[in-house]
Design a protein around this ligand. Structure first.
Ligand code: SF4
Length: 368
């Protein structure tokens, strides 16, 4: 069996290839530490094409990390709406606030990793791309390319596998080309060594890759089988007033800080209308009359497949409302959600039962 290629052999092939093939991305035109922080957090679990317009809007609104750190968390969430994984937005903002408090983003990967929301990968990416520090940054793309070029049998998500990949990525680095090495590895995984149809014929590593001649390229990386998403059933009620819909705001958690029409998760056999009446009573202190089913939407989170039945609702005024903790606040919100962050789930629900006109600001039922 052929030996694995040296770090130097991989670097010599990768760097010129990256220089000739790098895609034109907005953060590559001006790879400041702030821009790399934004782009890395935005591109996690999101396609680059989707992230680019968000990056452009963020940098127009907040041109510097100081301006961004001074923004309200609500404004950040609103601008983030649609990108998903909202925890990233809160952590991104927290990282910027912490960085500004200590005089800016540091170049040292260990110091970067002390900031909220910045793990080893993001720290390596910022240090190498923005500061030219030869620091490994192993994301899913890098994991795949290295697993294939070495025919690595370790599970790349296991502790041992992560360590092997990190050491290997570090060995490809060298002073003076840190940015090209990190971005080249990511670019190779994103555009050539892709998950299902790698284009080995144009790969700069084709002559040193072990998986290619063995004919088992797509058997790597050796990831454990994925768990199937759990099916979850839910109900949502559209209660209207003056062109607005009654919404609750989620506390910390998966959709923390975001607004959605009042609803609940329910059991597979549970009576949806009865569950919705109960949800309005418990969350908004309202006696709800549940009208016709408007439609059904499906929304997939990382590990949950949510099927939401959407109903029209009318209700009596709130009396002596004591919330059950599902929401931190209630408000009547307009269709465009101006000033608030709609989750993608809420957007889908409102697409089934649209709100019309109006503005945020009506008095919500008394919370307490
Ligand atoms: S030769 Fe093929 S499998 Fe090997 S690194 Fe290149 S694209 Fe990936």
């Amino acid at each position: 069996m052929s030996p694995v290629a040296s770090g130097e052999a991989l670097r010599e092939r990768l760097v010129p290839w990256y220089r000739a093939n790098a895609r034109d991305l907005p953060w590559r035109r001006d790879p400041s530490p702030y821009h790399i922080l934004l782009s890395e957090l935005m591109c996690q679990q999101t396609r680059i094409d989707t992230a680019v317009p968000y990056f452009n809007r963020f940098t127009v609104r907040w041109p510097t990390i100081e301006a961004f750190a001074a923004a309200s968390p609500d404004d950040v969430l609103t601008m983030w709406a649609g990108l998903g994984y909202y925890r990233r937005a809160r952590l991104l903002h927290a990282a910027a606030v912490a960085a500004v408090a200590r005089g800016g983003l540091p170049a040292d990967p260990d110091a970067l990793a002390e900031l909220p929301g910045i793990g080893a990968y993001t720290a390596g990416a910022i240090a190498s791309i923005a500061f030219g520090v030869p620091a490994a940054a192993v994301d899913g793309n890098v994991e795949r390319v290295i697993s294939r070029v070495d025919r690595l049998d370790a599970d790349p998500r296991s502790k041992g596998g992560k360590q092997v990949l990190r050491v290997r990525a570090q060995a490809i680095h060298a002073p003076g080309v840190a940015s090209e090495v990190t971005q080249g590895l990511m670019e190779l995984g994103a555009t050539v060594c892709t998950p299902r149809a790698p284009r080995c014929e144009v790969c700069p590593w084709a002559d040193v890759c072990l998986a290619r001649p063995a004919g088992d390229v797509t058997a790597y990386p050796r990831l454990p089988a994925r768990k199937a998403a759990v099916a979850v059933r839910a109900v949502a009620g559209i209660l209207r007033r003056d062109g607005r819909v009654l919404c609750g705001r989620r506390p910390e958690g998966l959709l923390g800080g975001l607004w959605e029409p009042v609803g609940a998760e329910i059991g597979p056999e549970e009576d949806a209308q009865a569950a919705l009446r109960q949800a309005f009573a418990a969350r908004a202190g309202m006696m709800a009359h549940v009208g016709p089913l408007r439609g059904q939407i499906v929304h997939v989170f990382t590990h949950r497949r949510l099927t939401v039945e959407v109903y029209e609702v009318s209700a009596e005024e709130a009396v002596g409302f004591v919330g059950d903790g599902t929401y931190t606040e209630l408000a009547w919100l307009a269709a465009d959600g101006d000033g608030v962050g709609w989750s993608k789930l809420a957007q889908k629900i409102l697409a089934v039962a649209p709100v019309t006109g109006g503005h945020v600001g009506d008095t919500p039922p008394a919370a307490g």
